[in-house]
Design a protein around this ligand. Structure first.
Ligand code: ADP
Ligand code: MG
Length: 621
């Protein structure tokens, strides 16, 4: 083989380098999804700047205006000149810093991203400076810096979000919906840092203004009411292999029908994590199906133990030692409930769980920030409780019992089917089927009036998951961001149909985009998809349409075709243990489906063996 130098001058390249503003606008697609994400980034910066007080003001759901004022350190002129530039950050200087960092931000892309899709002004002043300075930018094009008379701290206004990216703007929901997201976002930060004051003003009216407090329960009460706050059980502070867990849970008899009282903070950052959710439920010793525990969990650990650089908005994190995190959470929850149950038994009203943290045998905390640490009044590492005034928790509370464990559904974000009062008693299911036993290969045998029925657990799950996916397809499926995008090569036929498929991929929880004419770039996939089958899954899917095996145009709802594939893929990966432990529950769910007797691909989910048939066969012998 001879290698010849090739002639690169012959053709114009199709690849070009993006200029900074364009690059920011592309990055903004990841960082700035909606007004609430702008608020999140700006508040995080205020927290990083050691502010004690943050005030957020919005108009028209944050689309017309988002204004964030803080009383933090402010910026020098030199820093102000840089902060809207790409990858300008004061927070990390070398790659290793990523693994040892305590601040909220570090990518240095929030301000340039926001600036690129809005009109933005930043006025800032350090406490010692005689005057402040101000920079105004329009879609990332900066005006000259000016002198500004402003109070010490930083004052940022973002106007007309997405004015220059109408496609993104169309993605926004109603003003009310965006406002609700905004309020939730500020509330999240306020719960993460009770030691800071937070005010939220919408359309000129104060939505809340919560004063700094060293007492987390006090902050929770400010948002959720005294009644709920009084029922909270203070978590027995737990330290497990460097993972520290504090916070509050609601006892079992305060379980909710929704997930609104579920908050997880990791090193001061609100996160979403299915594993932790599950660990809480497990800490209860299982949890009634259809109900959700209420909790405010504060995890603190060495920054090196967690990768927050997984998701651009940092909502999802990756734990380096997930097992330690899970066992710490389980231990904290189950220990607290055990203490509480003991208190109930001895009539001491769970005093142990409510004792102030200072007198509890508290393990040494890792040197990281804890809720309540920031702000003028906060000196304690953990919120200290004014427990004396607390009402004793209501009597007759259930000790943690083994109850019907809600199976894997949380992983899918499928709302659990609404059940009647949840029960641990399998006899009370009123099912005309009696469970006899399990055969190998996950076949469950039931008896009914006609004879026997054999149920395939996997097939049943396929049907149930499919119908749940279709039922909830208006709500986006949870997406996991891929660390490195997967590129799927398309042939000419595939490329012809793929455009029509893009919205379906999105609805199914994918983040995909065409990358040139014949490559699909996959940046995110539904959480339950096996990562090593992304390429296969996506190309399979497209192939099914391009070869006409599945016809998009004729399909009543093309999304159903996706749901079929997704259900199959999910069930392949599912842990069946909870279903095997309670096949009656599975059968009940199956019978609630529109078409219970076959999978979406038409394979049977159960096979009846009526007595009449058995008799016929025996006589035939
Ligand atoms: P990051 O937070 O990832 O560093 P940002 O784009 O959010 O990136 O901010 C860039 C820089 O601007 C920060 O590192 C910080 O130095 C400065 N900055 C931003 N907001 C504030 C603020 N509210 N107070 C003080 N400095 C700020
Ligand atoms: Mg930031």
């Amino acid at each position: 083989m001879t290698e010849q130098p090739c002639d690169t001058a012959a053709e114009q390249p199709t690849i070009h380098l993006m200029d900074d503003v364009l690059a920011s606008r592309v990055a903004a697609g990841e960082v700035v999804e909606r007004p609430a994400s702008v608020i999140k980034e700006l508040i995080e910066n205020s927290i990083d700047a050691n502010a004690h007080s943050v005030r957020v003001e919005t108009a028209r759901g944050g689309i017309a205006l988002i204004k964030v004022d803080d009383n933090g350190t402010g910026m020098s002129r030199a820093d102000l000149a840089l902060c809207m530039k790409n990858h300008a950050t004061s927070k990390i200087t070398k790659f290793e810093d990523l693994y040892d960092r305590r601040s909220m931000g570090f990518r240095g892309e929030a301000l340039p991203s926001i600036a690129s899709v809005a009109h933005m002004s930043i006025s800032t002043r350090r406490a010692g400076d005689v005057e402040g300075s101000c920079v105004v930018s329009h879609g990332g094009e900066e005006e000259e810096m000016r002198v500004a008379g402003c109070s010490p701290g930083t004052h940022i206004e973002v106007r007309e979000l997405f004015y220059n990216t109408p496609a993104r703007r169309r993605f926004l929901k109603s003003i009310d919906t965006e406002s609700a997201h905004n309020e939730h976002q500020v509330r999240l930060h306020a719960l993460a840092f009770p030691g800071m004051r937070f005010a939220f003003v919408n359309e000129g009216g104060i939505v809340f203004d919560v004063a700094a407090t060293p007492d987390l329960r006090h902050r929770i009460a400010a948002f959720f009411g005294q009644e709920i706050a009084a029922k909270l059980l203070r978590l027995r502070p737990t330290l497990n292999n460097g993972v520290r867990v504090t916070g509050y849970i609601l006892p079992l008899n305060e379980a909710r029908r929704n997930r609104r009282l579920q908050y997880i903070f990791l090193n001061g950052r609100p996160i979403e994590d299915k594993n932790i959710l599950r660990a809480v439920r497990d800490g209860f010793g299982g949890f009634p199906t259809g109900l959700h525990p209420g909790f405010f969990l504060y995890l603190d650990m060495e920054p090196a133990l967690v990768d927050v650089n997984v998701h651009p908005a940092k909502r999802e994190v990756r734990f380096r030692r997930l097992g330690d995190v899970i066992s710490a959470v389980m231990e904290a929850v189950s220990g607290t409930l055990a203490d509480h149950a003991r208190g109930e038994e001895t009539g001491s009203s769970g005093v142990q769980t409510e004792s102030p943290v200072s007198s509890a045998p508290e393990p040494p905390a890792p040197p990281v920030s804890a809720p309540g640490e920031r702000g003028s009044t906060a000196s304690a590492k953990t919120p200290t409780d004014a427990t004396q005034g607390d009402e004793p928790p209501p009597r007759g509370m259930l000790p943690p019992l083994r109850l019907v464990i809600e199976p894997q559904q949380q992983e899918l974000e499928i709302p659990p089917p609404q059940k009647d009062a949840p029960t641990a008693d399998k006899q009370s299911t009123n099912l005309p089927f009696r469970f006899w036993g399990m055969l190998p290969d996950r076949f469950a045998v039931f008896e009914n009036a006609e004879g026997l029925v054999v149920l395939s657990v996997a097939a049943a799950r396929e049907r149930i998951v499919f119908e749940q996916l279709v039922a909830q397809n208006k709500k986006p499926v949870m997406t996991q961001q891929l660390l490195t995008p997967v590129f799927v090569e398309l042939d000419a036929r595939d490329a012809a149909v793929v455009k029509d498929l893009l919205p379906l991929f999105t609805r199914a929880g994918f983040r995909v985009a065409l990358f040139g004419a014949k490559t699909l770039r996959v940046e995110g996939v539904p959480v339950f998809l096996k990562l090593d089958e992304v390429d296969l899954f996506v190309s399979d899917m497209i192939r099914a349409f391009s070869v006409g095996e599945v016809r998009l145009k004729r399909s009543r709802d093309p999304f159903e075709l996706f749901a079929v594939r997704l259900a199959i893929s999910y069930v392949k990966r599912e842990n069946f243990a909870p279903w095997l432990a309670d096949p009656s529950l599975l059968l009940r769910e199956l019978l609630r489906c529109d078409i219970p007797y076959c999978t979406p691909r038409g394979k049977p989910t159960m096979i009846p063996l009526p007595l009449s048939e058995l008799k016929r066969r025996f006589q035939a012998l």
